[in-house]
Design a protein around this ligand. Structure first.
Ligand SMILES: [Ca+2]
Length: 482
């Protein structure tokens, strides 16, 4: 009698603080978490157990069009059915979860910006997952804690399905960094989860691990991933380069983003783990995590920008940068970000963005061949029936182009110019005292073509007798028969 009372007490105490047995810990309603294989492996030699739900303190904060701001957020608790019923949660509408990563919390500006854009686009329930206490520990502890947060998120989704007319088919989980792997653990526990978007999923402790440890395509019906900081952790790339979804987007090559500085690994030397652990506290996240955070900026912009972040299959980012990958085999392209689920493109896809907002580009390949050589700068602009592009420096100084040698380059503009109607070329011949005598004042054109990635259309411009005279703008028009 006494023994059984002690056992009951032990179980009670154990469930409230966690039962620790043989490298595993069990939490009431969430199950047991083991630190053994596959969570222990060559890719995670220090495998520790997650902290308790009480220590992690996860909160689920509901935002809707009726209560769109942080001051109006409504906390949801999975076993408070009456609380869910009193809230603005409407299970007939789609539900979007937004989960932050290491050292962050749900009131970070990027989370709030994403919620705002989601609600602007569509009448949905948005639930921000706040696990600040669990994320503000050492990195190894935070990685372990993600398993509990994932289980808790699944617990809430299942409660919303059972008690509030929600559906896994209408539930989309968006997670950044460690939050992307939380989304994976959530999906593992929710049968038929519609979609997971992984925003630069964390690399350390996850890349090349078992699919049960990291985000992978089995975690939801559709898993889309944006990689923005995929260089090695040894050079302080915080995101995974490994493909983890049905479709993986590699903007600007997926490693270092334009406008973000590189090479910080040199400054921080070999103390990589300390650097990662202390990233937010001491080092100034804006600089160190600039590329890592870019996935969030791109996704948030994609929600309401009419520019589609169109992405293309390609053998490498280098080939894409040459403009060689803008042809879409049927159904193989996609659009990075919020609207990726409406596209059929799968696998690894590439695109380039601007360094500052608006980030989204319309991509073109411009091919120009001259009848004589030139050396100097060339600036190109495209005209369309609904606008004109920015002017883009196409050739820089001191690059000589031989007669008949085609110049073929990727051209990017944030303006939707509509149907291409013309191209402007401005040539500034080299002013080198010696070289300028080698080239005529006018660069005679042999052929000019432009391929539009958006429209999958090649336009040939009339170049017969056309030349580009030094310091003058030449406009070529698109006419039938050229
Ligand atoms: Ca998984």
């Amino acid at each position: 009698m006494e023994d059984s009372l002690i056992l009951v007490l032990a179980v009670f105490v154990g469930f409230s603080t966690g039962i620790l047995l043989n490298n595993q810990v069990c939490y009431q309603g969430l199950g047991c978490f083991s630190s053994s294989s596959p969570f222990f492996s060559t890719h995670r030699l220090l495998s520790i157990l997650p902290q308790s739900p009480t220590q992690i303190g996860t909160r689920f904060l509901l935002y809707t069009r009726l209560n769109p701001t942080a001051s109006q957020e409504q906390p949801l608790v999975h076993d408070s059915v009456s609380g869910i019923a009193r809230s603005n949660f409407d299970g007939r509408k789609p539900t979007k979860f937004v989960i932050h990563g290491f050292t962050h919390h749900a009131h970070r500006q990027w989370v709030q910006d994403m919620i705002t854009e989601l609600l602007r686009h569509e009448d949905v329930n948005v639930i921000a997952v706040d696990w600040e206490n669990g994320a503000g520990t050492l990195y190894t502890q935070a990685t372990a804690n993600t398993r509990v947060v994932g289980a808790q998120t699944a617990q809430l989704i299942l409660s919303l399905i059972a008690n509030a007319n929600s559906s896994a088919l209408r539930t989309h989980v968006i997670g950044h960094s460690l939050g992307a792997h939380i989304a994976g653990y959530t999906g593992e526990r929710v049968s038929g989860l519609s979609r997971i978007t992984g925003l630069d999923p964390a690399e350390p402790y996850f890349q090349n691990t078992d699919v049960r440890v990291r985000l992978d395509p089995s975690d939801a019906t559709f898993v889309d991933v944006i990689h923005t900081d995929g260089s090695s952790i040894l050079s302080l790339g915080l995101g995974a380069s490994q493909a983890m979804g049905h479709v993986d987007f590699y903007p600007n090559g997926g490693s270092n983003q334009p406008g973000c500085s590189k090479g910080l690994g040199n400054i921080l030397g070999n103390t990589v783990w300390n650097a990662v652990s202390n990233l937010d506290y001491y080092a100034g996240e804006a600089a160190l995590a600039c590329s890592h955070m870019a996935a969030n900026r791109f996704f948030t912009e994609s929600i309401n920008n009419e520019c589609p972040f169109k992405a293309y299959p390609c053998v490498s980012a280098e080939e894409f940068a040459k403009g060689n990958c803008l042809v879409c085999p049927t159904g193989r392209c996609s659009t990075m970000g919020y609207h990726a689920d409406k596209q059929t493109g799968r696998g690894s896809l590439y695109l380039e963005t601007q360094a500052s907002p608006p980030y989204c580009n319309y991509h073109y390949q411009v091919n120009i061949t001259g009848d004589n050589g030139f050396d100097g700068t060339l600036t190109v602009g495209l005209n369309g029936n609904s606008g004109n592009s920015q002017k883009v420096a196409f050739m820089s100084k001191n690059v000589a182009i031989a007669e008949g040698h085609p110049i073929s380059k990727l051209f990017k503009t944030t303006t939707n110019i509509g149907v291409l109607t013309g191209i402007n070329l401005m040539y500034n011949k080299t002013d080198s005292f010696v070289l300028k005598y080698l080239y005529p004042e006018t660069w005679q054109l042999r052929s000019t073509t432009v391929f539009s990635g958006l429209r999958q259309q090649k336009i040939r411009f009339c170049t017969s007798g056309q030349g580009v005279t030094n310091h003058q703008v030449a406009t070529l028009a698109h006419r039938q028969g050229c």
